[in-house]
Write a protein that binds this ligand. Sequence first.
Ligand code: NI
Length: 205
Amino acid sequence: MHANSSRFLTAAFAAIALSLSACGGEPGPVDASAGEPPLAGADIGGDFELIDKNGKTVSWSDFQGQYRIVYFGFAYCPDICPTDMQRTIQGLEGFAAQEPELGAKVAAMFITIDPERDTPEVVGEFANAFSEDLIGLTGTPEQIADAASKFRVFYARGEESEAGGYLMDHSRIVYLFGPDGEPLATLPADQGAEAVTQELAKWVK
Ligand code: NI
């Protein structure tokens, strides 16, 4: 059994070595870019219909031509969501300071996964606390469930909070999408604003 599996491994390594040497045979074109975006081709994102702070319907397709930062969370989140949003917006502002024209091509949106409490007014106030340019979005429970599913975001009602009310469990992902709505990368808000700026500089061209 062991002998067989090691023979198999040897054959596998030989095959890998062959394919590597085949690739290395001819020098390819020099690629000065950051390479393929990590989320290229992933089935993430899609046409949502949500509601902004003024009660106006907003669609994913309204952002055609713009890069998009998308984060799902909830306004009553005691720590994670505000921290992620603060670092994300600081990172975007840092990028925009370096590259004003490119920075202007990036729309940032915060989508609530707690539509019961996060009315248009509440989500608008939450977003405004970080930047007037951050777009706060809510919707009916069905609209939120549809958007979260398209963006591969998990959420569920969590435990009761000490302050009264309840917490929400949710995915913690800062997505970056390209001008056609294609997923590009996640932004490392957990590593701080500077890391977000550097990641934006890799993909926003
Ligand atoms: Ni949160």
